[in-house]
Design a protein around this ligand. Structure first.
Ligand code: FES
Ligand code: FES
Length: 175
């Protein structure tokens, strides 16, 4: 069957199989920022925004996306003009292997759209189904809290890759 969906602001008509999930279709269409870690709706790597809410694309039938607005990580910033959440992840050294990061950043975007000034506990709750095997979560949490401030128009807590005086790296090990 054919479905019509908007991907990163562009209208698309896509042929999908009745058994296909949205992650498979998006990757086939070239949106390889959609990661498949578990293919079982567990790890969060395949999260995309569907009408603004974060959804695990591997767990959503492609045909359910008919008529919906999809945003993948490719739709946020560009290499030369990162989204503030992406920039905060860079500045806080919140990315290691990077596999979980598209899903985590899109989850953060959804959170901050609903709650521009979340507490640390609310950030941790929002990303609790985004599994990361590398970072220990501390730096992503710091990055999301800093991104929230930047998006509210406040000064960045850390810039230039964490080299400012109040860098969260100060004396701590790189978990
Ligand atoms: S691949 Fe979709 S949640 Fe893990
Ligand atoms: S940065 Fe490697 S899984 Fe999260």
């Amino acid at each position: 069957m054919k479905i019509d969906l908007t991907i990163n602001g562009e209208p698309n008509t896509v042929e999908v199989g009745s058994e296909e999930d949205l992650a498979t279709v998006l990757r086939r269409e070239g949106y390889t920022g959609v990661k498949c870690g578990c293919d079982g709706g567990v790890c969060g790597a395949s999260k995309v925004l569907v009408d603004g809410g974060a959804e695990m694309a591997c767990g959503m039938a492609a045909e359910e996306a008919d008529g919906r607005e999809i945003v993948t990580i490719e739709g946020l910033g560009s290499q030369d003009d990162l989204h503030p959440i992406q920039q905060a992840f860079v500045d806080h050294f919140a990315v290691q292997c990077g596999f979980c990061i598209p899903g985590m950043i899109l989850q953060a975007k959804s959170l901050l759209a609903d709650n521009p000034d979340p507490s640390e506990a609310e950030v941790r709750e929002a990303i609790d189904d985004n599994i990361c095997r590398c970072t220990g979560y501390q730096k992503p949490v710091e990055a999301i809290l800093d991104a929230a401030g930047r998006m509210r128009g406040e000064r960045a807590a850390v810039t230039d890759g964490g080299t400012s005086a109040n860098s969260p790296r100060g004396g701590e090990s790189h978990e």
